[in-house]
Design a protein around this ligand. Structure first.
Ligand code: NDP
Length: 253
């Protein structure tokens, strides 16, 4: 019998990872897990103080991070982020497009156009701008991995979740298109459905729910680390955390 190949202690050592929405919830837990796996994390969100807290936690875990306080609806700032990463590292290995907003739950006829626009700006257009800005850098990695956080709302189409559901359905089309466009390169693009997790967004959506009944971002984070690793090859797939299944949407004939 051959001895089992030992797993590397730091599977993402020397890899450069951008995480959006890194200031709290899923993005914070994923940033920490990526840093613990050896990646240098470029942590993006608006709230500087929360990013600094994350930085403390990353350092305490022996990792390293670069903090990028920016509003993702500032698309020029996304372009500057790409230019800065290019100048410093010349490539990007991992992009976790996690930041998102819920908007307000209400009938479509009552949605404020400003709320609609903000949900589309952050959940859809910012992710396209990230792809536009960072794709050349991901293609320079030997195994670029782009993981985007969607939601079951993309297909459930429940009453009152209109802007959010539409934005996540659009995100899924965006990422599957990107996966098709990068199929012949070392880049792999994937989606993830976290299911209900104990975060501020879930609390805002379901204020009457007992958060203790929910799984946490820390439960999910190791799975995102796995999707971000060079070993993962399922381009265009959706990892469904509630069931643990990898779903492959049908391709057109
Ligand atoms: P949180 O509300 O806890 O965190 C959202 C993150 O997005 C924050 O870090 C926030 O940072 C960032 N963000 C929001 N708007 C902007 C902006 N304009 N510019 C930059 N950053 C922004 O949410 P979750 O952690 O729960 O959600 C993370 C992702 O998971 C989202 O895409 C969400 O749709 C998805 N999801 C979550 C589920 C859940 O049950 N929690 C279920 C299904 C999907 P800051 O405010 O500092 O800018």
């Amino acid at each position: 019998l051959l001895p089992a190949k030992p797993l590397p202690a730091k599977p993402l050592a020397d890899r450069i990872a951008v995480v959006t929405g890194a200031s709290r919830g899923i993005g914070r837990a994923v940033s920490l897990a990526l840093a613990e796996a050896g990646a240098h994390v470029i942590a993006v969100a608006r709230t500087q103080g929360a990013l600094e807290d994350l930085d403390d936690a990353v350092r305490a875990a022996g990792g390293s991070a670069t903090l990028v306080p920016l509003d993702l609806s500032d698309y020029d700032a996304i372009d500057r982020l790409g230019a800065a990463i290019n100048e410093r590292w010349g490539r990007l290995d991992v992009l976790v497009g996690n930041a998102g907003v819920l908007g307000k739950l209400m009938p479509l006829g009552h949605v404020d156009p400003k709320v609609w626009a903000n949900v589309m700006d952050v959940n859809v257009t910012a992710n396209w701008r990230l792809i536009r800005s960072l794709d050349p850098l991901l293609r320079r990695s030997d195994a670029g991995r782009a993981v985007f956080v969607s939601s079951g709302a993309a297909s459930s189409c429940r009453a009152y979740w209109g802007p959010y559901a539409v934005s996540k359905a659009a995100l899924e089309a965006l990422v599957r298109t990107y996966a098709a466009e990068t199929e012949t390169t070392p880049v792999r693009a994937m989606l993830l459905n976290p299911g209900p997790l104990r975060t501020a967004m879930r609390k805002a959506a379901m204020p009457g729910e007992d958060p203790e009944t929910l799984r946490t971002p820390e439960d999910l984070a190791p799975h995102i680390v796995r999707l971000a690793s060079p070993d993962w090859t399922g381009s265009g797939t959706i990892f469904d955390f509630p069931t643990g299944r990898v779903l492959t949407p049908q391709k057109p004939a």
